[in-house]
Design a protein around this ligand. Structure first.
Ligand code: GLC
Length: 604
């Protein structure tokens, strides 16, 4: 299976949010499962500055977009069994920030166009392109548009991952031809039209072969007006191809037993280091050094959907409890001002840092006792998982990925891995904070067991990678894992993962989040040959495959996704476009060709 992962950001190269964490981990996890994986992202200035010396220049070509004929350089780098491609155009990407420019539409229109046009120069012709959010939402559209004229584009299936439906890529329909080089029909037939706007995400949701949200609960929520930012009817229309796959975290990077960035290491078996981390955090944050007072932590962007209004409403009641509060984050002025003011009311008990600071955030995950995340909506959320890994017990509202990862404490049967509340109501939140604080103070043994359960949760990417591969198998009609790779006695496991049986149906995936079960082992796939004649650069060596396909997750055959081998046009990977143009030139010195900037500020 050949996967191209198209993203506008990825760790360690460039990051503004959770998408970068996902794009930095999932591709390697897919490769570890035996897939051939490449990632493509823009060559931003900060990537060139920090990683420029590690990049190999492969070739350049010109991309036609509307009336423009634009230079595009192709660079690559090999990492963890994955080929990373960077598309270069200095006019668009040699800027200090990733987003926030008036021509973001033109920039990411170019990027999406170039992803499709530069396929000819990449190491393999993908079976699937996985797009992410609005910045790469035009990829499925261009594939369909090009596919009308060029057969070979019809062999590629597309999946769209929705990390946050709030950001849709909305523009004035007037710019469709000029900026994106598309015929007016795309708007006139409604594919790209939403509430009078040109809406790129809507187009991708309609045109992709599968859509997945970053948690099963979020996949369900996207069908409801409260969460969907007006996209609920489109999501309901596409329910047949909608999945929810929970993100993972990098379990190696976030390991309290090995993490060099924290004051003292510890593990679920030996928690003694956590006390030292707590004392360290109290010193760092200017809190009183009280080992038996629980520290409640908030590490968050200070924006409304993170549920901060609830905290503002009951902060003074919270502070009547025997707790300390530490807040790290920046964002909207009104929250920054509130927290800044509140911290002054409770010296030694409340500490606020209006900043994004990786080092301090790790000190907080390691040193705090409780992690508060009362989000109004949360597609997946990564910080609650990181907090749990460091034995900081989460208190969350039951929404999106928070609901799928945190299970409420049940004293009567000593179960659960955190505290939860359902309604977006400050008193409900206060009630569970009180419950958590008094469990910590009055029942330290029970709290210790709860903390251990939180630390032992499996949030590894291997689980999610298996689910992604089952979706890819569903849309391509390929069998995954490849049956020829399965030793005879393990054949049933491979069978269970076939496209007819394996991919959980969209509905099931959304209704049955089972993030804590143990995946059953299945057979490793056979390594596949790289089509040498197409290789501009050698395909990455794949790591020894470790299968984690769970046969009991198999869905009945009649519920397989709509796009299968029968409906998919035959692949014609042999037909390729023109070869790379010209001889290598100085890395990225050439800017856009005959381009002209347009005022294209995205509405969202
Ligand atoms: C977005 C979501 C967040 C999710 C992340 C990665 O930033 O808001 O909940 O964890 O994407 O998918």
């Amino acid at each position: 299976m050949k996967i191209l992962y198209a993203t506008s950001e990825a760790v360690p190269f460039c990051k503004t949010g959770g998408l970068a964490d996902v794009a930095g981990s999932l591709p390697a996890a897919l490769a570890a499962e035996g897939a051939e994986v490449a990632v493509v992202l823009p060559l931003y200035r900060r990537v060139r500055e920090r990683f420029g010396s590690q990049l190999t220049f492969l070739c350049y070509d010109y991309v036609n977009l509307g009336w423009r004929h634009v230079y595009c350089g192709l660079f690559s780098l090999e990492k963890d069994g994955v080929t990373w491609y960077f598309l270069d155009n200095e006019q668009y990407f040699d800027r200090p920030d990733l987003y926030g420019y008036m021509d973001d539409g033109e920039r990411f229109g170019f990027f999406s166009r170039a992803v499709v046009r530069m396929l000819d120069h990449m190491a393999f012709w993908p079976d699937v392109i996985n797009c992410n959010d609005w910045q790469t939402a035009l990829v499925p559209i261009y594939l369909k548009d090009d596919g009308v004229r060029e057969d070979r584009f019809r062999s590629i299936r597309t999946t769209l991952t929705v990390h946050n439906i709030e950001y849709q890529g909305r523009f004035n329909p007037y710019v469709l031809g000029d900026l994106f080089g598309l015929d007016a029909g795309w708007v006139e037939d409604g594919t790209l039209l939403m509430d009078g706007d040109l809406n790129l995400l809507k187009g991708a949701i309609l045109c992709a072969d599968a859509v997945n949200a970053v948690s099963p609960t979020y996949a369900n929520e996207l069908k409801m007006a409260y969460f969907a930012h007006r996209m609920e009817s489109v999501m309901r229309q596409c329910e047949y191809k909608l999945y929810g796959v929970l993100n993972g975290i990098d379990m190696e990077r976030y390991d309290p037993a090995k993490d060099p960035s924290i004051a003292a290491n510890f593990s679920a078996e030996d928690m003694s280091g956590k006390d030292a981390d707590k004392a360290h955090l109290q010193r760092l944050a200017g809190l009183r050094e009280e080992p038996h007072v629980p520290i409640v932590a908030i590490v968050s962007r200070l924006v409304s959907h993170k549920g901060l209004d609830l905290i503002c409403e009951v902060l003074h009641d919270m502070m009547k409890l025997p707790l300390q509060l530490v807040v790290l984050g920046k964002g909207d002025k009104k929250y920054e001002e509130f927290f800044h003011w509140a911290a002054q009311q409770y010296p030694g008990r409340m500490s606020v840092r209006l900043d994004y600071n990786e080092e301090l955030s790790m000190a907080i995950y390691a040193g705090a006792d409780l992690f508060l995340m009362p989000s109004k909506s949360e597609p997946c959320g990564l910080s609650q998982m990181i907090a749990m890994r460091y034995g900081t017990v989460p208190i969350v509202r039951e929404t999106g990925g928070l609901k799928d990862t945190v299970h409420p404490y049940e004293a009567w049967r000593d179960a659960g891995n955190g505290f939860t509340f359902a309604n977006y109501a400050s008193n409900d939140m206060l009630h569970v904070i009180r419950e958590a604080v008094y469990l910590y103070k009055d029942y330290p043994d029970a709290f210790g067991r709860l903390r251990k359960r939180a630390m032992e949760c499996d949030f590894s990417w291997a689980r999610s990678a298996g689910e992604y591969l089952r979706i890819y198998a569903g849309v391509t009609g390929q069998v995954w894992p490849a049956p020829e790779a399965a030793p005879a006695e393990e054949a049933p496991a491979a069978e269970a993962a076939s496209p007819e049986a394996a991919p959980a149906t969209p509905a099931e995936a959304a209704e049955e989040p089972r993030p804590f079960e143990e995946p059953a082992p299945a057979a490793p796939p056979a390594p596949k040959a790289v089509p040498a004649e197409k290789a501009v650069k050698k395909a990455p060596a794949r790591r020894a495959a470790k299968k984690t396909v769970s046969p009991e997750k198999a869905a009945p055959a009649e519920k397989a996704p709509a796009v299968t081998a029968e409906t998919a046009p035959a692949a014609e990977p042999g037909k390729r476009g023109p070869k790379a143009k010209g001889a290598p030139k100085a890395a990225g010195k050439k800017a856009a060709g005959e381009t002209k900037k347009k005022g294209t500020a995205a509405k969202k």
